[in-house]
Design a protein around this ligand. Structure first.
Ligand code: PHE
Length: 342
């Protein structure tokens, strides 16, 4: 068989191998086998220079032509296989964007947080600023600056968690009043939500609970401003029809001190068996009063020029009343069955 005939045979062989190749990697093997460095056709080309000038021309021509044809066939087949493979990949990896997504369970706001939001929103609407303070507080801010000096019996009422070196877990949010007044000049209008701690645990007390403190200091503020402000807040949280009343009370850092009751928003006082007010017609809501001149003096405000009122409320307690929840401890157990009801 002449070299030219052998080339023709190889050409036919390659073209059918190309036609049979089913993947790009099959094609690559064909290319290596027939056009690679040790392929027969390559060997034939290498030997051309040893041939007679006549043969050189015919064998050279035939091998070049065959190489070109093989390359073209490989290229054409490669393109068609690549297109098929791409289509296949697109089909397999296709994402149906119309399928519904993975449903996530929906959360809801904790009942305390709802009340906190309502109260804070109300005061922000009146122009109050939100202030916060640390939960680990010094004895000075938690007690002394609030007119509760060391050794005073009022300290004993708070069931304090004492820490080392004159630190306590704050028993109320009132220290934020002091921090605020020390850091700015009057007028002051702040509302201070936060966590507070007392050594107490029964159906209506938990060792950790929330409070919201409010403080207003300005020229000419009176108990009337305090009552009007808190009455508006009570209507915002419990409904337009509720009324408020003040009862005399005592807190070391206010004078006079009062407690504020809200008329029962469930029965309005008409049901002696009412579960919410137990027939009293009134619900105890919060402690408040006019800031004691001793406290104003302590923070460097002139009590002859400025007066102020302060109040502190328990949003957890308010949520119990508002949503009819019998046990405060439920609020902090994190039981999803409880939380899902809101
Ligand atoms: N800090 C008081 C308490 O926790 C509440 C209070 C705040 C009373 C502000 C009067 C004024 O009991």
């Amino acid at each position: 068989m002449t070299a030219v005939e052998r080339i023709e045979e190889l050409r036919a062989e390659v073209l059918s191998a190309v036609a049979l190749a089913g993947s790009t990697s099959d094609l690559e093997s064909v290319r290596v086998k027939y056009l690679g460095r040790s392929a027969e056709l390559t060997e034939i080309k290498k030997s051309i220079r040893d041939l007679s000038p006549e043969d050189r021309k015919s064998v050279g021509g035939a091998s070049n032509k065959a190489t070109k044809e093989i390359e073209a066939a490989l290229q054409e087949r490669l393109e068609s296989i690549a297109a098929t493979e791409r289509e296949e990949r697109l089909r397999v990896e296709a994402v149906d964007v119309t399928l519904p997504g993975t449903p996530y369970p929906k959360g809801s706001l904790h009942p305390s947080l709802r009340v906190i939001d309502e109260v804070v929103d109300f005061f922000v609407g009146l122009g109050y600023r939100v202030a916060e303070g640390p939960e680990v507080e010094t004895d000075y801010y938690n007690f002394t600056a609030l007119n509760i000096p060391p050794g005073h019996p009022a300290r004993g009422m708070q069931d304090t968690f004492f820490l080392d070196e004159g630190l306590v877990l704050r028993t109320h949010t009132s220290p934020v009043q002091i921090r605020t007044m020390l850091s700015q000049e009057p007028p002051v209008y702040v509302v201070c939500p936060g966590r507070t701690y007392r050594r107490d645990s029964d159906p209506t007390h938990t060792p950790m609970f929330n409070q919201i403190e409010g403080l207003a200091v300005d020229k000419g503020l009176t108990l009337g401003h305090l009552k009007g402000t808190l009455a508006a807040m009570a209507r915002h949280v419990f409904g337009e029809d509720v009324k408020v009343r003040l009862r005399p009370s005592y807190f070391q850092f206010v004078e006079p001190g009062v407690e504020l009751d809200v008329s029962c928003f469930v029965c309005g006082g008409s049901d002696p068996n009412c579960k919410v007010c137990r027939g009293a017609g009134w619900i105890e809501m919060l402690g408040a009063g006019m800031v004691d001149p001793a406290v104003l003096t302590e923070v460097g405000y002139d009590p002859e020029e400025y007066t102020g009122f302060a109040f502190g409320m328990g949003p957890d307690r308010m949520a119990m009343v508002k949503y009819g929840i019998p046990d405060l401890r439920l609020f902090f157990e994190g039981d999803l069955r409880f939380l899902r009801q809101f």
